[in-house]
Design a protein. Structure first.
Length: 102
């Protein structure tokens, strides 16, 4: 997903479309992956609640970010901001994963 967002930031239009495809594929594969991980750790109802809450918070955060980034940095920086957020999320996820293993 992060590679797809990075490809969307480069100049050639063909790479933009390839980045869109990779990002879409990554988003489509992420949901079943973390749903399986949650079902292993939590009961089905609790896992569904965690997923619904995280999706709602994610959509709310992105809805707040789009106008802020567009106002302060311009609409051309929206994909770069999405890439930065994806890298940040990956870093936080990796930190939490390592912390859990200790």
């Amino acid at each position: 997903m992060v590679v797809g967002l990075a490809l969307m930031c480069v100049q050639p239009l063909a790479l933009f479309y390839l980045g869109c495809a990779l990002t879409s594929f990554g988003a489509a594969m992420a949901t079943p992956g973390y749903q399986l991980l949650l079902n292993d750790k939590l009961s089905t109802g609790k896992g569904s609640g965690v997923i619904a809450t995280s999706h709602t918070l994610g959509y709310g955060l992105s809805a707040l970010m789009v106008p802020a980034v567009a106002k302060f940095y311009g609409e051309s920086q929206l994909i770069a901001a999405a890439l930065a957020m994806a890298v940040l999320l990956g870093g936080v996820s990796g930190w939490l994963w390592r912390r859990r293993e200790k």
